[in-house]
Design a protein around this ligand. Structure first.
Ligand SMILES: C[S@@+](CC[C@H](N)C(=O)[O-])C[C@H]1O[C@@H](n2cnc3c(N)ncnc32)[C@H](O)[C@@H]1O
Length: 228
């Protein structure tokens, strides 16, 4: 199951939006911005039809880890939702009492949808890449959550370095990877561990989609930041 690409399912529910995305960085970013800008108004409806279910379990996974390392109330924990899309993770975080949450995404139209959910207090429209994001201070966040966005055609593994930079030393990073793409991120994840930039706290399977021909689970990871 882990090696199945599920292309048929993705195509059935989301069409051929992701066809012919260029591999080189600038072309990929431009394509992603355009694809998600056009998709934004239908995104929640189409992902609901595909049975997307990972937002609640992922938010709960991060929440449980935060409780292990922080003694502040949830309302004082500053979280970046990286690749926030239409804000479904923000909705789940708010249910858990997190009210200091920011949203970053490459697509302004996706962020506009997220604004309607009233769960974020700041929006940053910029790509996640190895480039430093000027609006974000080093160590600014207690945690970053990145759901369904570390996808090969979306964000390169080198962006993990910039994600680490956003988080305070001792802070947390929580993200999903598709099973069939774990290998594409693994070298970078290991390099960051070997160079003591972060340490693994845990990983677990989370429910991903419920529709028959879509992947049922994704791999979720939790890391603690050690060094910028
Ligand atoms: C599959 S959606 C997931 C959205 C949201 N996290 C969720 O789980 O519902 C992927 C998101 O990543 C964003 N994205 C794609 N490439 C990106 C990049 N290089 N930097 C930042 N966001 C990106 C898209 O605009 C889109 O909102």
């Amino acid at each position: 199951m882990a090696s199945t690409s599920y292309e048929t399912g993705y195509q059935k529910y989301f069409g051929d939006r992701m066809a012919n995305v260029p591999h080189e960085a600038a072309g990929q970013e431009e394509a992603m911005r355009r694809i998600y800008d056009e998709w934004a108004s239908d995104f929640d409806k189409e992902t609901k039809e595909a049975g997307t279910v990972y937002h609640k379990p992922l938010a709960e996974y991060l929440d449980a880890a935060i409780k292990q390392v922080e003694d502040k109330p949830n309302s004082e924990i500053k979280i970046m939702d990286a690749g926030a899309g239409t804000g479904k993770i923000g909705v789940e975080l708010k249910k858990l009492g997190y009210t200091n949450v920011q949203a970053l995404d490459i697509s302004q139209e996706m962020l506009n949808e997220a604004k309607n959910k009233n769960v974020y207090n700041k929006f940053i429209c910029t790509p996640l890449s190895e480039q430093r994001i000027q609006e974000i201070e080093t160590g600014e966040f207690d945690a970053v959550i990145c759901a369904g966005t570390l996808i090969k055609a979306h964000v390169k593994s080198s962006a993990l370095v910039e994600i680490i930079r956003m988080v305070k030393i001792g802070g947390l990073i929580c993200f999903t990877l598709r099973y069939n793409e774990v290998a594409d991120y693994q070298d970078m994840m290991l390099e960051l561990e070997n160079t003591r930039r972060w340490e693994s706290i845990s990983k677990k399977k989370v429910p991903y989609f419920t529709a028959g021909d879509m992947p049922k689970e994704a791999e979720a990871f939790l890391y603690k930041v050690l060094k910028h």
